[in-house]
Design a protein around this ligand. Structure first.
Ligand SMILES: Cc1cc2nc3c(=O)[nH]c(=O)nc-3n(C[C@H](O)[C@H](O)[C@H](O)COP(=O)(O)OP(=O)(O)OC[C@H]3O[C@@H](n4cnc5c(N)ncnc54)[C@H](O)[C@@H]3O)c2cc1C
Length: 261
């Protein structure tokens, strides 16, 4: 192969990481992302095992360490806030609810993008619509941009990838495990500290509060349920479902429900 032009679709974690490495090996890299700008949302991601080794080799381990949420560990607590069990942050690469390196997903994406070559081209707010394979190259059409040719295409669109479905038509089937979780960000309150606090209430429902490094608190509400298609609802409808499912729940759950908006 004489030219080395690669198009990567998806600018989250896998896309920019692939861009970093391919640019280092002399490829001309273009990354396309459907969202209008870098999606900086998300809660904690643990950097462990293979991920940690990759971060090390990319030279971003220290940047990640500086951006960690400083979570000291996970505490299971009772209705009165008393600790029932405590799992301090683990220095092990494989175990523990809180990893040594816990970072907000958006911060991780930003670090990986910043570590990459300045020659990597990022295009936001566009998607691949068709790919025509010729013997020497693939001609790609976009929703907005002009047609362009590439030698290799990498699809890093996470689950439910429309481009993989378009090109291969064999997207994996999601197997539901019987649990819904809503993740959101709320105001930090007096009792929120540097520990993740996990509370199990009645009816297969649980709440989790975690520190972040933005001066807010990351909240999660989970409940057991058979598949109801809630992921297809609008955000406002999802909030209504959460209010209904957690109606009457104790501990700090009313505070979390107030924070939903
Ligand atoms: C907004 C967001 C928040 C998340 N929060 C968490 C979290 O709190 N904790 C956790 O453990 N994991 C979280 N995840 C999942 C986690 O980032 C991924 O599972 C994991 O990092 C794998 O990354 P990925 O790059 O393969 O895929 P993803 O992170 O899913 O990223 C896929 C990217 O491709 C883009 N994309 C999708 N379809 C197209 C298309 N047709 N054309 C162009 N671009 C497209 C998406 O907008 C996204 O930026 C989150 C993902 C996202 C997108």
């Amino acid at each position: 192969m004489t030219s080395k032009r690669v198009l990567i679709s998806g600018a989250s974690i896998a896309g920019p990481a692939a861009a970093y490495w391919l640019a280092r090996y002399g490829w001309e890299v273009t990354v396309i992302e459907r969202a209008p700008q870098l999606r900086d949302g998300g809660h904690n991601v643990d950097i462990r095992g293979a991920g940690r080794e990759v971060a090390r080799r990319m030279g971003v381990e220290e940047a990640i360490r500086e951006a960690t949420t400083h979570e000291k560990g996970t505490r299971f607590i009772d209705l009165n806030g008393r600790m029932v069990a405590e799992f301090p942050a683990s220095t092990s690469d494989t175990s523990g609810a809180t990893a040594e390196l816990e970072i907000l997903r958006g911060d991780l994406a930003r670090i990986i993008i910043d570590a990459g070559s300045k020659d990597i081209e990022y295009i936001f707010d566009d998607t691949i619509t068709t790919v025509t394979e010729n013997p020497d190259e693939a001609v790609v059409s976009f929703r907005k941009g002009q047609d362009r040719s590439f030698d290799v295409i990498v699809i890093a669109e996470g689950i439910n990838s429309s481009t993989r479905a378009l090109l291969f038509g064999d997207e994996p089937v999601v197997r539901h495990l019987g649990l819904y979780t809503a993740n959101f960000t709320i105001d930090r309150a007096h009792g929120d500290d540097d520990w993740a606090r996990w509370y199990n209430t009645t009816g297969g429902r649980a709440a989790l509060l975690r520190p972040d490094i933005k001066g807010t608190t990351r909240a999660a509400l989970s409940f057991l349920s058979r598949p109801e298609g809630y992921e297809e609802l609008t955000l406002n409808q999802q909030k209504e479902v959460m209010r209904g499912r957690f109606a009457g729940a104790d501990w700090e759950i009313p505070r979390l429900l107030n924070g939903l908006d």
